[in-house]
Ligand binder design. Structure first.
Ligand code: UDP
Length: 306
């Protein structure tokens, strides 16, 4: 198949391109390299289209499938230019949808657990509508992804576009950007450098960490499904507090370093854990890689990079 991946040079995008190539597909990677590295895809046999999704798309021909990932995704990165993040989600997704409408094929949109905001229901099911601050510092991403979901659903309703929506929970693994400010990359890099791990707030907030290969399995299963639009949660339901996660990293990267406490950023969700019963039922998917196994591979990747 001929497949387009927007945001194909990012952490998830590059891993996805690699997986699609291994499946014998022709892959076009569209990226503006705003929060991704060219080096992530230079070693892959993909066609690179240097383009910003907020601009009208160049003619790239027809695609059988499109994976729409393009958007800065770590909090420090998406908060670097809030308006650009919003524009990427709204105008960018609109441009992708228009292109797919003209050029056919299935579209998979990567939404996020952030659409649940600071959830009051736990774990989060797809029919929970979330608790989002519509004008807070995370809103450019949360509300951006929510409006993008709405755009996708309405292209499906109004134009019959073959759309699929996955909501991705915290994901980690090789090709992650060591400088993007996420907890996984921060802790591993700090540990490898022998620096104290930075705990924001009291570390009692929780996250559920999914290894990249599990996410890719879920995304491919979703793309391969018929008559299922979603949205569907793709995440690992093993939940850890940030303090527990720090202990895990300390166990796996022994050293003389400790913990240092910093202010909790505004609107930081206190708990996050996917209910994955819908993915199990519809896609026969569930994650298979636990935190120790996934972290081992990720630590090795960052060690090599250092
Ligand atoms: N966090 C932390 N130390 C760091 C980076 C993040 O304690 O160096 C916390 C952050 O406040 C949040 C959680 O870890 O509660 C996950 O943050 P991340 O930026 O990875 O992603 P999020 O799930 O918030 O989008």
């Amino acid at each position: 198949m001929r497949i387009l991946v927007t945001g194909g040079a990012g952490f998830i995008g590059a891993n996805l391109c690699e997986r699609l190539l291994a499946g014998g597909n022709e892959v076009v990677c569209l990226d503006n390299f705003y929060s991704s590295e060219r080096g992530n895809v230079e070693d892959l046999d993909v066609e690179i289209v240097d383009h910003d999704v907020t601009e009208v798309f160049p003619d790239m021909g027809k695609f059988d499938q499109t994976y729409h990932l393009a958007c800065p995704a770590s909090p420090p990165r998406y908060q670097k230019d809030h308006i650009f993040t919003l524009k990427t989600n709204f105008q960018g997704t609109l441009n992708v949808l228009e292109y797919c409408k003209e050029n056919g094929g299935k579209l998979l949109f990567t939404s996020t657990s952030e659409v649940y905001g600071d959830p009051k229901e736990h774990p989060q099911k797809e029919d929970y509508r979330g608790d989002v601050n519509p004008h807070g510092i995370r809103s450019c991403y949360d509300e951006g992804k929510r409006v993008a979901e709405s755009l996708c659903m309405n292209f499906w309703r109004q134009h019959g576009l073959d759309v699929k929506i996955v909501r991705i929970f915290n994901t980690y693994g090789p090709r992650m950007d060591s400088e993007d400010g996420r907890v996984v990359s921060n802790f591993i890099m700090q540990a490898l450098r022998g620096e104290d791990l930075t705990i924001y707030g009291d570390g009692g907030q929780s996250r559920s960490f999914q290894y990249i290969d599990d996410l890719l399995d879920g995304m491919l299963a979703m793309m391969g499904s018929d008559d299922f639009v979603g949205p569907v949660n793709i995440g690992n339901p093993d939940e850890f507090t940030i303090l527990e996660f720090a202990e895990k990293v300390k166990e796996m990267v022994p050293g003389e370093y400790g913990l240092v406490y910093k202010d909790l950023p505004g609107d930081d969700p206190m708990q996050r854990c996917p209910d994955i019963s819908l993915a199990k039922e519809k896609l026969n998917w569930e994650p298979g890689i636990d935190l120790s196994e996934g972290l081992k591979k990720t630590i090795e990747y960052f060690r090599q990079k250092l």
